[in-house]
Design a protein. Sequence first.
Length: 440
Amino acid sequence: MSQSPMLLALTFGNGFGSQPHAWRHPGVDPRSFGDYETMVRHARNAERALFDFLFLPDALGMDVDIAGQPVMYTPEPLLTLAAVARGTERIGMATTASTTFSEPYNLARMFKTLDLMSHGRMGWNVVPTADPIGAANFGTSPLPRAEKYERLHEVVQVVQGLWGSWGEDAFIGDQSSGRYADAAKVQPVNLQGRHVASRGPLPIPPSDQGQPVIFQAGGGDNGREVAGRYANGVIGATFTIDDAIAQRTALREAAERNGRDPDEIKFFAGVMPAFGDSVRDAVDRRLELGRDVLPTRVPYLGQMLGLRLGLDDLDRPLSSKELDAARPSPGDPRSEHALAVAREGWTLREVLAHGVIDYHPTTVGPVSVTADHLQEWFEAGAADGFWLSVDVHERDLDIVADQLRPLLLERGLVEEAYRGTTLREHLGVPRQYGLDERLR
């Protein structure tokens, strides 16, 4: 393998899958939301597929119509991962936790406890909260943008200070002398910012990887600066190779500006594979999963293509006149692909089943289609790895383990076993303990 291996992550979500109606798929128990035995079983299957880590997004408010589908997130990600940590051995775990509505001491204690419990497999996706629905659950409104990120930087620095407040060599454990730890090496941090503060110390020793890995999700100048200062993993959203290369390059440059080695930061592009024995089979599976959702997306598809489209158009292809008149929206990077799929003669319902307005590129058909996509982007330098959001966990994790992974291995893109036991080893990033001295 001439370059570092391709990294793979799995979006864990609510345990059903990425599609809103995954809970209705045959063989899925609709009551399994919040069932930790089911979540652990899926995590073990992901570990069998040698995913480097599970990624659990999170939100602080309900923003779906619960009458027809479950929320897309696990009931509480840190508690979920406590169960997963005890039920798995190697797979890493990363979850989102808001810096806006969480205090740094609580964050530091919970994440480091899980890192210790899992023997160094934990990561924290650092994000502020801008959602008014989530803010309302805390009896307030979202912070102004500048203040939101100012607080984020303070929280991360306090958390990392607390993580390092128990010295790496503080533990003694001499039963005969009665010396448990060197108290001089377990010290308060006394960090005070404009928004948050903590005295410390945090009485938790280092894990097998030292402390949790920092992730970042979200673009823009502020997000890029957060990643450049602290992150070893970035959960990205991009629809073209050129854009992905630009995002990855900008992140590496941000790391360099902050005195870090750019290879310390790994960029993950999202992919939403729709597996099937053929493209037709994969589309039919998506039609079944989205039968109540796809019709609601027709007006937006019309906006993407510059056409006036309604429900009456759902089960017909675009006419030659409409195809000639179509103008992909310059404000939506998915529009060009949507028009390309429409030109193949699919009905609008089938065009939508291709995932043309999914929030990541959708690969449709046999596993080789997904493998080709991953290989093309990876070898172009567009990503260090990918986070996959599969349609239905109950079905698709077996496909990844039994078909996709062996194909990637055959092509020399991935390794045949985990590189180590910790998340840092999986990612190929250096050990860190406490604050990064280069940022002081």
